[in-house]
Design a protein around this ligand. Structure first.
Ligand SMILES: Nc1ccn([C@@H]2O[C@H](COP(=O)(O)O)[C@@H](O)[C@H]2O)c(=O)n1
Ligand SMILES: C[C@@]1(CO)OP(=O)(O)OP(=O)(O)OC[C@H]1O
Length: 159
């Protein structure tokens, strides 16, 4: 078994879609990034890469490479799944927290869990997604950005 942790932040700006957990969330602002800036999925990917001791997403999908411009982070997660499978691991469980003052994410959580579970070829019961405000404190509270934290446990087949 291996444990991993991931953390990411993206800035909220106008005229961008808000994609979180592969879901198009209705909001007046979206996250800025080279990819679709899905900060939740980025934290999940970094936790898996961390558990595998394979570095981070910037190493595998550099933001200097035009092929990743506006790319779906769920697609990048499928690439991380391939690396995990090659290393002989499967998902034990993943627990993610998104810190966002707004919008209310509760209505989207089940779809996010489904997207992540399907992409990682695991049961939805192994994927937990939580949202918290920061009580109007800090950059998330001022709605300048959204952050995400993820921990994961990976299991080796037959172990
Ligand atoms: N963007 C968010 C933030 C929170 N929630 C849900 O509301 C609950 C209360 O949030 P607190 O920050 O006051 O603890 C939280 O447990 C989430 O269920 C949300 O849906 N979207
Ligand atoms: C996801 C990548 C893809 O180029 O771009 P960004 O959307 O800028 O996201 P970041 O969290 O800065 O991680 C770097 C990149 O891997």
């Amino acid at each position: 078994m291996r444990i991993g942790f991931g953390y990411d932040v993206h800035k909220l700006v106008e005229n961008r879609k808000l994609i979180l957990g592969g879901v198009d969330v209705t909001f007046e602002k979206g996250l800025l990034g080279h990819s679709d800036a899905d900060v939740l999925v980025h934290a999940v990917m970094d936790s898996i890469l961390g558990a595998l001791a394979l570095g981070d997403i910037g190493k595998h999908f550099p933001d200097t490479d035009n092929k990743y411009k506006d790319i779906s982070s769920i697609y990048l997660l499928s690439q991380v799944y391939e690396l995990m499978e090659e290393a002989g691991y499967t998902i034990g469980n993943i627990d993610v927290t998104v810190a966002a003052q707004r919008p209310k994410l509760a209505p989207y959580i089940e779809e996010m869990r489904k997207n992540i579970a399907n992409t990682l070829h695991t049961s939805i019961d192994n994927i937990n997604v939580k949202a918290t405000t920061t009580e109007w404190l800090g950059f998330e509270g001022r709605e300048e950005g959204i952050s995400s934290y993820s921990v994961c446990m990976l299991k080796k087949e037959n172990n």
